[in-house]
Design a protein around this ligand. Structure first.
Ligand code: ATP
Length: 429
C-alpha cells in the first residue's frame, strides 16, 4: 500500500440497453476502447479493442444494445451508467424511416411523390438532444447503405460548418464520434449572425434557397431522393422561433416531424399541420443524458467551430495568411440599409429597411476580426441566391497602404472577390 497513484485505467461493464455517459475533463483528453461485446456512440459502432481519443470537454454516451465492457484511460469530469434511455423509441423511429426508404427505392423513379424517401425534421427546445438524435438517425441509415442528406438549420450550434451558416451535406458513412460530420464540400449559405432575430426575412430566404437547390439535386439523384433527409433545427420554439420552425417544415416539405421533450410544441404542431397532407408529428422523450449548456459554453463552442474550420480539429490543417489590396475585394452585407433615399419618398414618410438588400461595405477597421464568407456569386445581385465557397478571417487592416490581411483555408486566389459580412467575429486564441 501507500501508493497515492490511482490506476488511470478503469473498466466498466454495461448491461444490455444501458449507456455510459461521459463528460471528458477540462484539460486532458480521454482514451476509451471497447473490450468486449458491442457498443455505439450516437449511432456509430465502436471498433473492437482499438483505443479512441476524445478531446477535453466532449460530452457523449457509449450505448450498448446487448452488453459490453468498456475501458477508459484518463480523467473525466463525470462518468456514470444509466439504464433508462429513450434509445428503443429512437431506433423504432429509424426502423419506420428505413421502411419508407425501401418503399421509395422500389417505386418508379419518375413518380416524384412515391420515390421520395422520408424528410425528417427534428424540433425541440435548446438542449433537448436534437443534434444528437439527428446524428443517430443519419448514422443508422448510413450503416444500412443509405446516403441521407443532413440539413443543419441551426445557425448557433450547427455541426456542418462555421456558425451563422445553414448547410447541407450527404452522409455516406456512420458519423465519426470524434471527428463529427465530414467537412468535404457541404452546400453552405451564409446568414452571418448567430441569432435569426438579426434578420428573420433573410433567414427565411436562405432556407428557401437551400431547399430549392436540394430539390433540384434530388430530381437527378434517385438514390439520395429515396434516402431522404434529416433536418436539425434551432432551439428557439416560441414566437418568431415557432414561425421559423413552421416555415422550415413547409419549405422542405418535411413529412416526419420529431418533437423532442415538449408536449406543448407537439400539440401545437399537430393542430396546425392537421390540414396538410401526410405529415406525421411524433413526440419523443428527451434523453436524461443531454447536457445543458449555458450561454458562455455556447459562445465557446462557436469559437472552437470557427477555429476548427481554419486549423482542423487536431490542428491538422494549415491555413494561409494572404494579403490583398482593398480594391481587389468587394465586401457586402445584407439588409439594414434604407431601401430608397429619403429624397425619393413622399414628405414625412420614413424609408423602410429592406432586409434582403445587398449593401456595399467600405473596407475599414470595422472588418478586423470578422469572419467573411466567400460567395460563389458572379454579380453582387446574385449574393443572396448563391451558396458560399468557404470563409476567411480578417487579421489586419492597413488603412494607409490599403491592404487587408486575412487567413484562408489555402493559399492562392480566392474563388471569388465577393465577400459577405455579417456580425460574426472571432478572436483567435
Ligand atoms: P441545441 O438546441 O443547442 O442545438 P440540442 O438540442 O441539439 O442543442 P445536443 O447538441 O444534441 O442538443 O445535446 C447537448 C449536449 O449533450 C451535447 O454535448 C451532446 O453530446 C450531449 N449528449 C446528448 N445526449 C447525451 C447522452 N445520452 N449522454 C451524454 N451526453 C449526451
Amino acid at each position: 500500500g501507500g501508493s497515492n497513484v490511482t490506476p488511470a485505467i478503469k473498466q466498466v461493464k454495461l448491461e444490455k440497453e444501458c449507456e455510459l455517459r461521459i463528460e471528458v475533463g477540462n484539460d486532458a483528453p480521454l482514451r476509451l476502447r471497447l473490450l468486449s461485446g458491442t457498443a455505439e456512440i450516437f449511432g456509430t459502432e465502436l471498433p473492437p479493442e482499438i483505443w479512441l481519443n476524445f478531446p477535453p470537454k466532449l460530452k457523449f454516451a457509449v450505448f450498448t444494445w446487448f452488453g459490453a465492457t468498456i475501458e477508459m484511460d484518463g480523467a473525466t469530469e463525470t462518468d456514470y451508467t444509466a439504464d433508462e434511455t429513450p434509445m428503443v423509441s429512437y431506433v423504432n423511429v429509424h426502423a419506420i424511416l428505413d421502411g419508407r426508404r425501401d418503399r421509395a427505392k422500389k417505386s418508379p423513379s419518375d413518380d416524384p411523390v412515391l420515390s421520395q424517401g422520408p424528410r425528417v425534421i427534428v424540433v425541440g427546445p435548446t438542449d433537448s438532444g436534437k443534434s444528437t438524435l439527428s446524428r443517430m438517425l443519419l448514422s443508422w441509415a448510413a450503416k444500412q447503405g443509405w446516403k441521407p442528406t443532413f440539413v443543419d438549420l441551426d445557425i448557433g450550434q450547427g455541426s456542418i460548418t462555421v456558425p451563422g451558416s445553414i448547410a447541407a451535406t450527404p452522409i455516406e458513412m456512420p458519423i465519426d464520434p470524434v471527428e463529427g460530420i465530414p467537412l468535404e464540400m457541404p452546400l453552405v449559405y451564409f446568414y452571418g449572425h448567430t441569432s435569426p432575430s438579426n434578420n428573420v426575412e433573410l433567414y427565411k430566404v436562405l432556407v428557401k434557397e437551400l431547399a430549392a437547390i436540394l430539390e433540384r439535386q434530388f430530381t437527378g439523384n434517385t438514390e439520395s431522393r429515396a434516402a431522404g433527409m434529416v433536418i436539425n433545427t434551432m432551439g428557439w420554439i416560441e414566437g418568431v422561433g415557432y414561425d421559423l420552425l413552421l416555415h422550415a417544415i413547409r419549405t422542405f416539405q418535411a413529412n416526419v416531424v420529431l418533437v423532442l421533450g415538449q408536449e406543448k410544441l407537439c400539440s401545437m404542431l399537430r393542430d396546425v399541420l392537421k390540414g396538410e397532407p401526410k405529415v406525421d408529428v411524433v413526440k419523443l422523450q428527451r434523453s436524461g443524458g443531454v447536457v445543458s449548456r449555458n450561454a458562455k459554453f455556447r459562445q465557446k463552442t462557436r469559437s472552437s467551430r470557427t477555429r476548427e474550420y481554419f486549423y482542423g480539429l487536431a490542428n491538422d490543417l494549415s491555413p494561409h495568411s494572404n494579403i490583398s489590396n482593398f480594391s481587389d475585394l468587394f465586401v457586402y452585407r445584407v439588409g439594414g440599409g434604407p431601401q430608397a433615399p429619403r429624397s425619393a419618398l413622399p414628405i414625412g414618410a420614413e424609408p423602410a429597411a429592406d432586409p434582403t438588400r445587398v449593401v456595399a461595405v467600405n473596407i475599414n477597421r470595422d472588418l478586423l476580426h470578422t469572419v467573411l464568407a466567400v460567395s460563389f456569386a458572379k454579380e453582387p445581385d446574385e449574393i443572396i441566391s448563391s451558396n458560399v465557397a468557404g470563409f476567411i478571417y480578417v487579421t489586419d487592416i492597413d488603412i494607409q497602404r490599403k491592404k487587408i490581411t486575412y487567413l484562408a483555408p489555402s493559399a492562392g486566389e480566392l474563388p471569388s472577390k465577393y465577400l459577405i459580412m455579417g456580425s460574426l467575429t472571432w478572436l483567435e486564441t
